[in-house]
Structure formats: structure tokens, C-alpha cells
Design a protein around this ligand. Structure first.
Ligand code: CDP
Length: 358
């Protein structure tokens, strides 16, 4: 059946689509968690021919400061299609489309992130589309929620997303590139996996109310499939964790042993992160330890304990930062003694009230 508006044959006589899929069939989806060592959380996702990589940083202090919210944190997603992701070179940098998508995705993610646990901070979510083939906002959002979970950001649940539409007068699930370009309607959709709350819904083209209802049902059903794939990817990633932390599957046995020794002599990973993050903000610690979440809610203490200490001792956090990198360097440098890191933390706490401006 050819599209009424073009000569492109999008669905054949057997009812199959250009890539051989049935009308209600998803493209193959592959999700890999924790692919970037320097990011706090990350995810690589392949969805048909789409390839998306997401890095999460934070929570960290918001800049510019007027964007800070004393009651809660913010989620800032940045959707970007790289120049080589599409057939015609895309001009690098933000444009109207990517700004709109970034805003939509940020708002969707804020529905599931427990932002009240880390006031005044931001969680930055960088969504890089390295190969685009329709449905990239849905692929990006799906990957972003997995990367947030990987970063240990407190969340209510994952968001699963998919786009369906109308092609050659038929309603089809998960539009492919040509279906998106030459189809009659496109409905990107995202929902919270467990509750079914809709956190993203757009529509491009024309549908009757019945068609729209059917598409919503198709999207819901498919989102649950996506949700299962997301959960499986996270389970896959974290099932390899031991009490001592991550067992690196790629590292040779000897390196693993060295690493374990270093881990024992240096502070645990979360303590490592603190001093580095302390440079910018103390909240990251709080985000990962919900029981401490109340501390930043007292604005006075938070202000006193953060700003003056950073201003007075800019050097201090650098040492513990190295401590974080050293275990990764696998024995290249001696680990920073634990006392140094321990000293650095209480010092700041002590200083806070005394060193306040007020
Ligand atoms: O990717 P998504 O469906 O979320 O967004 P879209 O604006 O409907 O774009 C559909 C597809 O058009 C993208 O996935 C890209 O493959 C392609 N596109 C492109 O080739 N060049 C652009 N500047 C934007 C999109």
C-alpha cells in the first residue's frame, strides 16, 4: 500500500513494513549500562538503527545561581544530534528542535527523579544521538532514565518511551525513518513503567479520536516491553557487583587483585566522590544517601558550610579527587591515605558555622 501523499510504498501487500516488521512490532532494542567511566551514570542504547549515548553528571551545584531552587533540585537534559548522525550533515550546536526536545525530556525526567532529596542542585543529563533513524527523542529518554538509575539518582521509577503513528492509512508501532518522513501521523509517547503515568505526549499529523485511542494503547503496551528491557539491562549490570563494589569483567585477574588491594587501602567509592563534588556542592552525597537529605533543607547551614569552605580552601578537594582517580589507575600511584580524606571532610563541617558570612 502506497502512502496517499507520496509514491513511497511503506506497507506491502502482506501487511509488512519496509524493514519486514509487522504493524505492531518494535525494532530491536539493546541497552548497555555504565559505559562511561568518567560520568556518574551512563547508558548506550541501540534502537533499530538509532544509536544513543547518555552521560549523567550530578547532582552538582546549579550555575547560574539564580536557577537554584532552595526546595528541590532540577534535572537538565540536553538532547544533541551529532553532525554525522543523519544523512545530511547536521550543523553542530543547539537549534530550535534540539532545544524543544531537551525541554520536553527534562520535564519528563523531573516527574520521576526525587528532586526534593537534593535541593539547590542540578542533575545534568547529556543525550548524544550518534546515529538517528526516527524516534530519537524516545530512544534518548529511555536511555536517559536508565543512565540516571546507573548514577544512583533517587527515582520513583524508570520512564519507557516509544513513538507510533499512521502510515499508508495503517496504524503502526515504532515508526522507522521513512515511515516518519512519509507517514501521516507520529505520536511520541513516554510513561512511568510501573504506574502508567504519561510524561511525554506529542502529535504530528492528523488522526481521528478512535485512531488516537488505538495508538495510545499500542504505545502503552510497547512501553511496557521497553520497560522490561530497561530493567533487564540494569539487572545485568548490577548482578556482577560484589560487596566490595564492581567486579570488572574485562580486567585480567592480576589487575583485579591489585585493584581490590587498592580499594581496601583507599576510601570506598562514594566517600571518594564527596571531596570531588564538594568543590562544587555537597548535595551529591546527600542524593546518594537519602537519610542525609534533610541537611541541605536548612538553607543557612547549607550556605555556611558550603560556600565559605570552598572559597577559603580551594586546594583541599584536589587531593581527595586524586584519591578517586588512583584506584582506577590500577596501581600507577600510591593511594591517598584515608586520614587525609577523613580530615578533609570534618574540617569543612567544623568550618561551616564558624566561617559563615552571617
Ligand atoms: O527522532 P525523532 O523522531 O524523535 O524526531 P523527528 O524530529 O521526528 O525526526 C525524525 C528523524 O528525522 C530523526 O530521527 C532523524 O533521523 C531525521 N532528522 C534528520 O535527518 N535531520 C534533522 N535535522 C532532524 C531529524
Amino acid at each position: 500500500m502506497s502512502d496517499p501523499y507520496t509514491d513511497v510504498q511503506l506497507i506491502d501487500k502482506k501487511g509488512l513494513r519496509l524493514d519486514g516488521r509487522k504493524l505492531d512490532e518494535l525494532r530491536p532494542i539493546k541497552i548497555e549500562v555504565g559505559v562511561l567511566k568518567r560520568a556518574d551514570g551512563s547508558c548506550y542504547l541501540e534502537w533499530g538503527e538509532n544509536k544513543v549515548i547518555v552521560g549523567v553528571y550530578g547532582p552538582r551545584e546549579v550555575h547560574p545561581r539564580h536557577m537554584q531552587n532552595p526546595m528541590r533540585g532540577i534535572v537538565q537534559a540536553r538532547y544533541n544530534m551529532v553532525s554525522f548522525s543523519v544523512s545530511e550533515r547536521k550543523r553542530p550546536g543547539p537549534d530550535r528542535r534540539s532545544s524543544e526536545i531537551s525541554k520536553l525530556l527534562s520535564e519528563a525526567l523531573e516527574h520521576v527523579v526525587l528532586t526534593d532529596r537534593f535541593p539547590r542542585t542540578t542533575v545534568d543529563v547529556y543525550i548524544e544521538v550518534v546515529q538517528a533513524s526516527a524516534g530519537t527523542r524516545c530512544a534518548g529518554l529511555t536511555a536517559a532514565s536508565v543512565a540516571l538509575a546507573d548514577a544512583g539518582i533517587p527515582m520513583r521509577d524508570l520512564i519507557a518511551s516509544v513513538a507510533s503513528g499512521k502510515v499508508g492509512d495503517k496504524l503502526v508501532l515504532d515508526l522507522g525513518q521513512k515511515e516518519d518522513n512519509f507517514g501521516q501521523a507520529d505520536v511520541p509517547f513516554a510513561m512511568v513503567g510501573r504506574t502508567g503515568e504519561v510524561v511525554l505526549l506529542q502529535m504530528d499529523g492528523h488522526l481521528t479520536i478512535e485512531e488516537f485511542d488505538t495508538i495510545m494503547e499500542m504505545n502503552r503496551k510497547a512501553s511496557l516491553e521497553v520497560y522490561e528491557i530497561q530493567k533487564a539491562a540494569l539487572q545485568d549490570r548490577y548482578s556482577s557487583f560484589t560487596e566490595e563494589g564492581e567486579a570488572e569483567p574485562d580486567a585480567p585477574e592480576e589487575e583485579k587483585k591489585d585493584e581490590k588491594k587498592e580499594k581496601k587501602s583507599s576510601p570506598p567509592p562514594k566517600a571518594d566522590k564527596e571531596p570531588k563534588d564538594a568543590k562544587e556542592s555537597k548535595e551529591p552525597k546527600d542524593a546518594k544517601k537519602p537519610e542525609d537529605a534533610k541537611k541541605p533543607k536548612e538553607p543557612k547551614d547549607a550556605k555556611e558550610s558550603k560556600e565559605p569552605k570552598d572559597a577559603k580552601k580551594p586546594e583541599e578537594p584536589k587531593e581527595p579527587k586524586d584519591a578517586k582517580e588512583e584506584p582506577k589507575a590500577k596501581g600507577e600511584k600510591a593511594p591517598v591515605p584515608e586520614e587525609m580524606v577523613e580530615e578533609a571532610i570534618p574540617e569543612k563541617d567544623d568550618k561551616g558555622p564558624a566561617g559563615g558570612d552571617e
